[in-house]
Design a protein around this ligand. Structure first.
Ligand code: BES
Ligand code: MN
Ligand code: ZN
Length: 496
């Protein structure tokens, strides 16, 4: 979708629809206030007659009497009361607008920028509006064979009226960020049979063509054996597909500082011999969402030329079931050296991440590590599906992540690395086992990972709920959200 900036109402071109934003005026519901431009629009019949109030999610379609207008239709678009306006409410209103346009099968619109709003700075409002428009205007229809009528078309062009030329830069930047989110969503939505470890590696390799600052290497099974990533190899054993460790270098700064992004790339999680019931297996193509977020974020960072050095490390494999399966009760060595008793083959994410984290530390000595993983189902029991669990051993990073979360609307909650629970991971026969108590399951997962980061500054984001919703909502038009891409970009921009 192309978003253009137009300075004045008079300078706009023809389109299918003119969208007028309105605020809901308290009590005087009749007098919805339009935030900018010509007063003539306030005389519109639905407003005068009290059929349209300007509430969030409210819209009203009008066919103007005059035939000579640049647009055949007008849409009154509600933003809610001025007092309650937030970045998040603007994103949601923008998403409602996109949904409305799609249901009208309108592809080209003129949209008046709502310029006079008290609580939000113009830049914030603009930024949230762009987020909402871009994030909502997405569909995953690769696997459908339907007539056009059944799939509402996407918006193709928006002229944002009331913005100066210098504001075009933010439009471009937000478009690149959205592309990163779309990539993550596409990969998560795609068939597990298509989005294999090898496919993830190909996607990473394709970035080398986009930026000379990106270099990719892929460790195949042989190299993984040589480097002794034995936990990753154990999880992979029953799969017909080889595992891969995908390493993506992005050098955007001359400084030494390096951040490692580690993404869980479990392309399908059957649970292994501790097989999942059918009802919890059918969403498990989503188990590479951490990897997808890392790919989306690095691609975007490179295209935005961000002044950061990143190394993405993606352990990728299926957790399949078969005669070669790794076994509950057996002990496997890790790359770090610690031995792990596998109590449950379905707690496989922490195994492949343990190897990836310790490998990343040994090879690259990053200043910070950030892992993103659909690690536990328990995180959505604790926080619901819209909030990611945020764990860290580095108190200095808490505020930075909270700020980035607030600015982007990618919600997170600071969870405890409560060391008392570590004893639940004690094993009789190995250095530790991979599961503890069912209670506090997300904390157990995080504590397990903490055993493999050797005290280095580290953040773990458990996106077991937030990466893949149970149904589309708000500015998430499909169940794969692309969680993490925007959060990471915001962090890099603000400086880690
Ligand atoms: N990939 C799952 C976690 C998950 C579940 C993500 C539901 C998204 C939605 C993970 O590998 C897993 O199976 N975790 C187990 C851990 C348990 C065996 C300790 C879980 O959450 O049940
Ligand atoms: Mn699992
Ligand atoms: Zn898993």
């Amino acid at each position: 979708m192309l978003i253009k900036q137009v300075e004045k109402l008079k300078l706009r071109k023809e389109a299918e629809l003119l969208v007028l934003p309105f605020l809901e005026a308290e009590k005087k519901a009749k007098k919805a206030l339009w935030a900018s431009f010509e007063p003539e629009f306030l005389d519109l019949a639905p407003i005068k007659n009290g059929d349209f109030f300007g509430q969030t999610d409210e819209s009203f379609l009008i066919y103007p009497e005059k035939e000579d207008t640049l647009e055949k239709r007008l849409l009154l678009w509600g933003l809610g009361t001025e007092k309650k306006l937030t970045l998040e409410s603007v994103r949601h209103s923008a998403a409602a607008l996109v949904k409305k346009c799609r249901s009208l099968k309108v592809k080209k619109i003129n949209l008046l920028f709502p310029s006079r709003i008290k609580n939000l700075k113009k830049k914030e409002l603009f930024s949230a509006l762009l987020d909402g428009l871009y994030l909502a205007n997405y569909a995953f229809s690769q696997l459908k064979q339907e007539t056009l009528e059944e799939v509402p078309p996407l918006l193709e062009e928006i002229a944002l009226i009331g913005l100066s030329a210098k504001e075009a830069d933010l439009i471009k930047k937000k478009a690149l960020i959205a592309e990163g989110v779309y990539l993550a969503r596409d990969l998560v939505m795609g068939n597990a049979d298509d989005v294999t470890p090898q496919k993830l590696a190909e996607v990473a390799q394709s970035f080398q063509k986009l930026s000379s600052k990106i270099e990719v290497e892929v460790l195949d099974k042989k190299k993984l054996e040589k480097a002794r990533l034995s936990l990753l190899l154990a999880v992979n054993r029953a799969s017909a597909l080889d595992p891969a460790l995908i390493i993506i270098h992005y050098k955007g700064s001359k400084e030494k500082k390096l951040t490692a992004l580690v993404g869980k790339g479990l392309t399908y999680d059957t649970g292994g011999l501790c097989l999942k019931p059918a009802s919890s297996m059918d969403t498990m193509k989503c188990d590479m969402a951490g990897a997808a977020a890392v790919l989306g974020a690095i691609r975007t960072a490179a295209l935005l030329n961000l002044k950061v050095n990143l190394v993405g490390v993606i352990p990728a494999t299926e957790n399949a079931i078969g005669s070669k399966s790794y076994k509950p009760g057996d002990v496997y060595p890790s790359h770090l050296g610690k031995t792990v008793e596998v109590e449950n083959t379905d707690a496989e994410g922490r195994l492949i991440l343990a190897d990836a984290l310790s490998y990343a530390i040994e090879r690259f000595q990053p200043d910070h590590l950030i892992d993103l993983a659909t690690l536990t189902g328990a995180i959505s029991i604790a926080l619901g599906e819209e909030i990611a669990g945020f764990f860290t051993n580095d108190a200095k990073l808490v505020k930075k992540f909270k700020t980035a979360s607030k600015n982007t609307g990618e919600h997170l909650w600071h969870m405890p690395l409560f060391n008392e629970y570590l004893k639940n991971l004690n094993s009789e026969i190995a250095d530790l086992k991979n599961t503890g108590d069912r209670k506090g399951g997300s904390i157990a997962g995080a504590l397990f990972l903490n055993e493999f980061v050797s005290g280095r500054s580290w953040v773990h984001l458990d996106i077991g709920g937030s990466a893949y919703y149970s149904k589309p909502k708000g500015y998430y038009p499909v169940v794969a959200t692309g969680y993490g891409v925007r959060l990471l970009i915001e962090l890099f921009e603000n400086g880690l």
